[in-house]
Design a binder for this molecule. Structure first.
Ligand code: ADP
Ligand code: MG
Length: 298
């Protein structure tokens, strides 16, 4: 491609909200044969909501959610925001409820939170958090979790003083058109993979819904980057699409890192291409643009 063609290509991209940081990024994109997608906020809308509360022990819901919200209000995680938002339902008489005071707050990356509220130790998070903190998970709880994950929802466990009290089912639906994008990519001979910090059950269900066969779940940020490097070592030209701080190492490692526009500054910084409109379809726009620039106009 001539420098003019590259300029035209990046210009057309920009006019459609696909910001390509330089000619090399545009060139590498037409060779991509494999795309690693982050789940939360990339394939899914990224605005999780609580759809169900299952209590394993009898407890007044209002009190239960006060303890949970008091712990989660200190966390920046999208799941924590969803929990606090939902907890307000039980305090509707107040415009902005003041949660009980939380002491010794701890945020455990990839697992959840811990705090002491009203002299009780509260743990909110995934199974790994409970296992590491010696909270027993009953067969009943396992069944509820399996059910939740089968519905492509994430189950968040709540333990009070080391006793499992409840499970919150959280739904974060697929973005509209996600399934179609994956199917079009397949027809373009581009393989899709999903990688997420969420659990295997939920990840598998979401992948099935969207039409992706290869799944990596319970991945830490460094695992996401490792997976990208592994695919490269097998001879693939790999793009990574993500939105979170967690995705930055993988965005950097990929041949083409694509940040979904509404993502974090860190992800946008790490990426070669920014999809300003947060549309998954723009992954195809970027590949099309690169193929047009580097195949036809020579
Ligand atoms: P991702 O953003 O890729 O889904 P994370 O590594 O941020 O993954 O989190 C992995 C899992 O850890 C979440 O799916 C959830 O089960 C649990 N988790 C993390 N932070 C919290 C939190 N603040 N509250 C409840 N659960 C959490
Ligand atoms: Mg994400």
């Amino acid at each position: 491609a001539t420098p003019t063609a590259v300029m035209v290509g990046t210009g057309v991209g920009a006019s459609q909200g696909v910001l390509i940081k330089g000619g090399q990024a545009l060139e590498r994109t037409h060779k991509v044969n494999c795309i690693v997608f982050d789940k939360t906020g990339t394939l899914t809308i990224g605005k999780p909501v609580i759809v169900n509360t299952r209590l394993l022990k009898s407890m007044v819901l209002r009190e239960f959610y006060e303890l949970v919200a008091a712990s989660e209000v200190n966390s920046e995680h999208p799941l924590a925001k969803a929990v606090v938002e939902y907890a307000k339902k039980f305090r509707q008489e107040e415009e902005s409820p003041v949660w009980p005071e939380a002491q010794d707050f701890e945020s455990i990356t990839g697992q959840g939170v811990r705090a002491v509220v009203r002299n009780k130790e509260v743990l909110v998070g995934n199974k790994r958090l409970m296992l590491e903190r010696n909270v027993a998970i009953s067969i009943d709880a396992e069944e509820i979790l399996a059910e939740t994950e089968g519905l492509a929802q994430t189950g968040i466990l709540v333990a009070i003083d080391k006793e499992l009290i409840g499970i919150l089912a959280i739904s974060d639906p697929l973005k509209p058109g996600a399934r179609e994008v994956i199917s079009i990519l397949k027809s373009m001979k581009v393989k899709s993979i999903v990688v997420t910090g969420d659990n295997w059950g939920t990840a598998n269900s979401i992948a099935k819904e969207v039409g992706i066969d290869t799944v990596i779940a319970e991945a830490k940020p460094e695992h996401k980057a490792e997976k990208v490097k592994e695919l490269q070592a097998e001879g693939n030209i790999v793009a990574m699409v993500g939105d979170g701080i967690n995705d930055s190492p993988a965005l950097v490692a990929a041949d083409v890192g694509m940040a979904i526009g509404a993502g974090t500054d860190i992800a946008i910084e790490a990426a070669d291409i920014v999809l300003m409109k947060s549309n998954l379809e723009d992954v195809i726009t970027a590949i099309d643009l690169s193929r047009t620039t580097f195949f036809r106009i020579r």
